[in-house]
Ligand binder design. Sequence first.
Ligand code: EPZ
Length: 430
Amino acid sequence: MEQYVIKGGNPLVGEVEIGGAKNAALAILAASIMTDETVTIENLPNVRDINALLEAMAEIGARIDRTDAHTVKISGAFVKDVPVDYESMKKIRASYYLLGALLGKYKRAEVILPGGCNIGSRPMDLHIKGFRALGADVEIRGGAVAASARHLRGSHIYLDKVSVGATINIMMAASMAEGKTIIENAAKEPHVVDVANFLNSMGANIRGAGTDVIRIVGVEKLHRTEYSIIPDQIEAGTFMFAAAATKGDVMVKNVIPKHLEATTAKLLEIGCEVEEFDDAVRVVASKPLRNTQVTTLPYPGFPTDMQPQMTVLLGIATGVSTVTESIFENRFKYVDELTRMGAAIKVESSIAIITGVDRYMGARVSAPDLRAGAALVIAGLAAEGITIVDDIYYIQRGYENFEGKLRGLGAQIELVSSEKELQKFRLKVS
Ligand code: EPZ
């Protein structure tokens, strides 16, 4: 069993390169099989979720040629349309993007209901509502979603809740429907825009991505393209917060500062300095951190995927802070773990009330999901003594070489897989 072992207390200092956005890449990979021509995708993050989706796509007949760790060529010419019920599909929630892609291309799709991080109930009603509005018959049978249509027809779709997944899935299917689709109350996340740009580079006709009304005129065929994925704003934000928590000075490179505005605003509010460059941000934390209030919201609001990292930061800020989770109802599971490191946090329904403490104390904790796992690593980096993080499988779903990048900034962190390696680390840092 792999674990992270961390000796906290070192300020992070230096430069770190951010990889491609995992959540954009997942949708883009699925969309790449919508053409029979070969698509090249660059700046792919080399993380478990991506590799699991590529594996699942290969199982349904996609030809995958990984030319290097961050580049893949995909041919969807031999993809089988239905059904997609392989074990690998259950591992990742993003397998649901194959529904939109296959429905658009073949007008038929059957995909096993997705797994993914357990951060609350994660329904698919809006995806299904969208497919039905496009004229598909959709049913749930044997744990799978099955959708089929004689013809997909453009439609006017209002999403009752802002959903990244539903917006992207409907956008994919509508790209190959007949006529015009309008998605209202669409998600505006940078990865929605990236997927739209990718589909447009394949010949789709999508306008308005990044606003809450997306207009799509369906096309009959999509074609080959070469596309580079945008930087991961959550990976970037995680390193920015790690710099702040350790009183460090970090230049986070290969980012789009505009995508980080909510994260940057909170860092400024709690007393950090943030300098923006064309494709980098520098975070300097030289003063004590101050308390604040945060509510997670769809983009451009504060991202739910940065919520645990924010709580960790506020846990060692002066005064009382609140963090309100408005997207997923089960995203405070890490608080018990953080309490074992000395945090003073009370969760009342969707609000965490945080009384700042001077410092965290190293402890053995376990990652309950991807972002919470990364947040516990940040706590370990800021803590006195040694922290061991179990279940780092979750962290590896979305962070490439997390420990290596942190070590590059001066952190004392190691990935260990035996008691012997753990003892060796203890000796080294003692
Ligand atoms: C995406 O999940 C991301 N996952 C999540 O990232 C991220 O937390 C989330 O968007 C919000 O930004 C991927 O891109 C693979 P939603 P998704 O549909 O698409 C409700 C990470 O750590 N809803 O935007 O599943 C839903 O319950 C992960 O990288 C419905 O009610 O999220 C939630 O309250 C975790 N019906 C809200 O909408 C639906 O049909 C937003 O969910 C769909 C969603």
